[in-house]
Design a protein around this ligand. Structure first.
Ligand SMILES: [Zn+2]
Length: 418
């Protein structure tokens, strides 16, 4: 590992190196991490961090890489930056061949596999005219989600190490595993990480800050009917399949993912499996407001009770498999975490856009555990697809924002107080 090369190469070179590691998460595996490539990248990142001079760099339990940059402003709050090393299952993730498209013209990009990346279907591209765009060759995903975030944090560290700015406190970084299959963050040790506020770099196009996500409940409905010979079923059979249909049909059309956007929540059956006697139905319920989530859950319960009343002998058991909370309430308790991010984005020459995530985020799990963690842009889009792409210029902006946040936080004495 050549320290000089690391410090000077830039974010693009780091990104191209990291996407060459196959770190696709594997839901079917029970290993930690779920795929061996994640550990290979983790060890590589640790070695690079050590080469930079971050002597505490280590791969912790659960394949989580952590390290500390010790800036001179020790009285400032400790700030963390987090990205995930794994890539999404569902689209091939090994043998990524990055293609660099210089000076993007604003039109269609035809990838070698014949797939077209077009501003007609990828609206975010319109903002990247003239940029250097990186895609895969169309046979795999690119892995910008979230190796762009990893590369940006690594590059920001290189900048700090290279320039040793006077206005910087203690900075913690972490690279997590198995984010895409919802496992990695449960292994994250908030206390030993030791940051008072953190940012995930796992978002979309330049300028975006996400500080809000859905409240989520994941329900399982076990619907029990009564089986009988169909020739002698009159008055005896209760078909659980029909009961399941009644339940899903009772979800109002205006409360479904396919009919909602913006701040509207939804009730969404995701899986159905069973027979006459027993059907298992999975339903996910989402809402930005706690009261909205509670109302939707009560609606589902009411429908189930009504079905049981109308079909004596049937039984519907609803259980909550868990979920997550909107991180907004936790982040609002420490408003500087968002306001300094907005300021850092502005200082890096962009228009800050604060968005809500119509889904979950690692930050939602960290916020509940006491670490407010909004999500910053990485400069890419079309994640989890063969047309996934990232702008090099936007990756550089993300590096500016990380370094800018270090400078802004170094002037603060506390995360929560003014
Ligand atoms: Zn991600």
């Amino acid at each position: 590992m050549d320290r000089e090369k690391l410090l000077k190469e830039g974010v693009k070179e780091k990104f191209l190196r990291y996407v060459s590691y196959d770190t696709q998460a594997d839901e079917k595996s029970e290993d930690v991490p779920s795929s061996p490539g994640q550990m290979r990248l983790a060890l590589r990142l640790r070695d690079e961090l050590v080469a930079m001079g971050l002597t505490d760099a280590a791969v912790k339990d659960g394949c989580i890489v952590t390290a500390t940059y010790e800036g001179p402003r020790r009285e400032a709050p400790v700030i963390g930056f987090i990205a995930h090393m794994d890539t999404a299952p569902g689209v091939p993730g090994n043998g990524v061949k990055p293609i660099i498209h210089r000076d993007y013209s604003g039109g269609d990009l035809i990838l070698p596999a014949g797939i077209v990346l077009s501003p007609d279907t990828s609206k975010d591209l319109t903002g990247a005219k003239g940029h250097t765009i990186i895609t895969s060759d169309g046979t795999t995903l690119l892995g910008a989600d979230d190796k762009a975030g990893v590369a940006e944090i690594m590059e920001a560290l290189c900048r700090l190490v290279f320039s040793s700015p006077a206005d910087c406190g203690r900075v913690k970084v972490a690279f997590t595993s198995d984010e895409e299959i919802g496992r990695g963050i449960t292994r994250f040790d908030v206390a030993s990480f030791g940051a008072e506020a953190a940012y995930t770099l796992d978002g979309g196009i330049a300028g975006e800050l996400e500080d809000e996500n859905f409240n989520a409940s994941n329900l399982t409905a076990v619907i029990r009917g009564v089986s009988a010979h169909p020739g002698k079923a009159r008055g005896r059979m209760i078909n659980a399949i029909h009961l399941a249909s009644e339940l899903t049909a009772a979800i109002p059309a205006v409360m479904r993912p396919e009919t909602t956007d913006g701040r509207l929540g939804f009730v969404h059956p995701t899986s159905l499996c069973g027979d006459i006697e027993r059907v298992e139905l999975e339903i996910i319920v989402r809402d930005f407001e706690e009261e909205g989530l509670a109302r939707s859950l009560a609606m589902v319960r009411g429908v189930a009770e009504d079905i049981m009343r109308r079909h004596p002998g049937s039984f519907i058991e609803l259980s909550d498999r868990g979920g997550y909370k909107n991180m907004k309430q936790f982040i609002s308790a420490a408003p500087k975490v968002s306001s300094l991010a907005v300021e850092a984005i502005r200082r890096a020459g962009m228009n800050p856009v604060t968005r809500s995530i119509r889904g979950g985020t690692d930050g939602a799990h960290l916020a509940v555990r006491g670490l407010p963690t909004p999500n910053l842009f990485t400069g890419g889009s079309d994640f989890h697809s063969r047309t996934e792409w990232v702008s090099v210029q936007w990756m550089e902006k993300a590096v500016d924002v990380i370094c800018g946040l270090c400078a802004l936080w170094s002037k603060e004495l506390s995360v929560s107080l003014d």
